[in-house]
Design a protein around this ligand. Sequence first.
Ligand SMILES: O=P(O)(O)OC[C@H]1O[C@](O)(CO)[C@@H](O)[C@@H]1O
Length: 252
Amino acid sequence: MKLIIVKDYGELGKKAAGLVADEVKSNPKVVLGLATGGTPVGMYRELIKLHQEESIDFSQASSFNLDEYVGLAATHPQSYRAYMQENLFDHINLPAGHTHVPTGDAADLQQECASYETAIREAGGIDIQVLGIGNNGHIGFNEPGSSVESTTRVVQLTESTIEANARYFASIEEVPTQAISMGIKTILGAKKVVLLASGETKAEAVRLMLEGEATADVPASLLQHHPDVTVIVDEAAASQLTVAAANKEDKR
Ligand SMILES: O=P(O)(O)OC[C@H]1O[C@](O)(CO)[C@@H](O)[C@@H]1O
């Protein structure tokens, strides 16, 4: 896995947006895999800037989001569809019909998961998948224990993920306990992966992902099986890495 350490959250957003914009420029019909959470907000802000100021054109691109809460309608303010509209889709020229987020309130959730996999396949697969990382090493909503063979499915969220995401809801009781999530196999099927992490709370997960063994206990470590992964972290998220310790030694 290729590691890029940047100074802070602002630099992280710029670096990640640059990588995504390069993909859009080199392949206008690019299929983007997108993530939610706090981490990619800065990257989306930079992509909007690049669209407005440098005319990065998304008109032929399409996108698939990693996940959605079960039970939340697209119109629910905390749904990931609403997040994507607010943070990116409403501000760029990606056609509405080209954006895909799982339908969290589908009547038949199993069918929804199967159709999502089919839609990704029919689009030709994901060219570049953006990921964040949970404090427990989850990617998408693939919690520890997720199989390397998993595809899009309904998953149970762990207590730690529910607690981490409670900040977006009025109370912890309102946080859904299940989600639809692309699986590990779906994510590993992307041609390129870019994983972003910011802040000290992610430092241990980042260390285990990069320096630990590849294990389902730390789902992000399974990315070690992928041939083209770029990990972009800020200094705080890199603080537990051997490479960060070596850099500090050098500067003494
Ligand atoms: O970027 P954040 O808010 O720290 O979230 C990290 C991860 O957690 C999730 O939001 C799900 O809990 C993922 O979508 C994200 O990659």
